[in-house]
Design a protein around this ligand. Structure first.
Ligand code: 5AD
Ligand code: SF4
Length: 451
């Protein structure tokens, strides 16, 4: 019987992609994926340390494996990889003694041999490497959905925003060779992939380390011509998003009119303390240019509440930017001090009750904007890529618009939701909610009847 494994993923899209590569590596090593921890010979946690909450969740989940491990006749190999592995290394073994393997962000490809060493040596193995400089792109991957692929174009970050741990755990920016990215997208298109998401902590500076100047717009233009139907990318930094990138988005129907552009704060004082290198005026001018070029753009952002020293006036500036930028979606975070970052040592941490009150007000403002934007789509036709049955209701199909909004439609009678998964259809939008739209299929896609 094949050995079994389970991968649990925390955090960002880059981690989701890393998890697909871990899955690919372990399948290539002859192992079989399972969905329950109790059935897994090996459990791999792909971790995130951007905020404390993910740290705590990981520790809870790892601790809960202790009894499973003790009960299983063959035991269980517990592995921690990714950002927390990179940051804490051997310290994890002291805190969680039943962990068997720890690896970091630069040596994912070594996992099969680390598992082997742990087995042969019969004790825990820790391997953390500094950034290698090379971009390990030729690893097997096992895509979660056959029609979607994550394509990393660069990893790491040189920005050192004062609150952020990422540059310490992912290292400096390293771009992938231009032709390699394009060739991978061509292969994916041949393989039937409909949608790719180009990934990087700061995609707009793609190529700077390799070619002396950013080549992201050029890369977008090239990827748009590979035959992939829908191209997404994340994340963009407001100081680096160029007019040529905006032009590339506007110029190719294959590039989704959806942009994730984290603003973090609307206060110039706080933006400076965050080391973001732009002002709220710069941000809003950029947003104006984006909407002027693409009136139908769906804009999303990240916002941190309660950064050290944030006053009520600073927070009011953030609410002002939310209303002016008309975000379709905003990921809102309570500031979480991360040891080793500049902000962790700053005075004037904001009291918890004040932060929570601001957080609630921010969420309300964001929801207002989101509903406003969604209401504008009622009566329009949206091209939707279906993902399958809705998680809540098997008689409802779920999918995403070009703007990355969730759309629900009633599953046509005598049809199977799986027939629609990974297919496009044009949907007439009838109703808007805060985080989703509903409608009906206008142009059916001619799926085969099941059975
Ligand atoms: N506290 C809260 N939010 C943070 N983020 C990054 N670091 C922190 C932190 N220390 C948020 C930022 C970033 C997103 C991925 O996570 O908004 O854009
Ligand atoms: Fe972190 Fe700033 Fe880099 Fe984003 S740009 S990964 S927030 S340091």
């Amino acid at each position: 019987m094949n050995e079994t494994f389970l991968v649990r993923t925390f955090g960002c899209q880059m981690n989701k992609h890393d998890s697909e590569r871990v899955t690919g590596l372990l399948c290539a090593a002859g192992m079989r994926p399972v969905t329950e921890a109790s059935e897994a010979d090996v459990v791999v946690f792909m971790t995130c340390c951007v905020r404390e909450h993910a740290d705590e969740r990981l520790r809870g989940q790892v601790a809960s494996l202790k009894s499973i491990k003790a009960k299983r006749p063959g035991g269980q190999t517990v592995v921690i990889g990714g950002c927390i592995g990179q940051r804490d290394g051997a310290l994890l073994l002291k805190q969680l003694p039943h962990v068997d393997v720890v690896f970091g962000t630069h040596n994912l490809s070594h996992l099969p041999s680390l598992l082997e060493s742990a087995r042969i040596e019969r004790h825990s193995v820790v391997e953390i490497l500094d950034a290698t400089g090379e971009f390990t792109s030729d690893l097997p991957g096992e895509r979660e959905h056959s029609w979607h692929a994550w394509v990393p174009v660069m990893v790491g970050c040189d920005n050192f925003c004062s609150y952020c741990i990422v540059p310490y755990v992912r290292g400096r920016e390293r771009s992938r060779v231009f032709e390699e990215v394009v060739a991978e997208c061509e292969r994916l298109a041949d393989d039937g992939v409909l949608e790719v998401t180009l990934l990087g902590q700061n995609v707009n500076s793609y190529g700077r380390d390799l070619y002396g100047e950013p080549r992201f717009a050029e890369l977008l233009n090239a990827v748009a011509r590979t035959g992939i139907a829908r191209v997404r990318f994340a994340t963009s930094h407001p100081k680096d998003l160029s007019d040529s990138t905006i032009a590339a988005m506007a110029g190719h129907p294959q590039i989704a009119r959806a942009l994730h552009l984290p603003v973090q704060s609307g206060s110039d004082r706080i933006l400076k303390a965050m080391n973001r290198d732009y002002t709220s005026t710069h941000y809003l001018k950029l947003v104006d240019r984006l909407y002027a070029t693409m009136p139908d753009l769906a804009l999303s952002t990240d916002i941190i509440v309660g950064f050290p020293g944030e006053s009520e006036d600073d927070f009011a500036d953030t609410l002002g930017v939310v209303n002016k930028a008309r975000f379709d979606q905003a990921f809102t975070f309570i500031y979480s001090p991360r040891q080793g970052t500049a902000a962790a040592d700053m005075d004037a941490q904001v009291p918890e009750d004040v932060v929570h009150d601001r957080f609630d007000r921010l969420v309300a403002a964001v929801q207002n904007c989101a509903l406003d934007k969604n209401r504008k789509l009622v009566g329009t036709v949206q091209r939707v890529l279906f993902t399958g049955a809705s998680k809540r209701d098997a008689s409802v199909l779920a999918g995403r618009t070009e703007g990355n909004k969730v759309v629900h439609v009633r599953l046509p009678e005598d049809r199977d939701a799986d027939d629609y998964a990974g297919r496009f259809a044009d949907v007439a939008i009838e109703e808007a909610r805060i985080w989703s739209l509903t409608g009906y299929i206008l142009q059916d896609i001619g799926v085969k009847r099941s059975g």
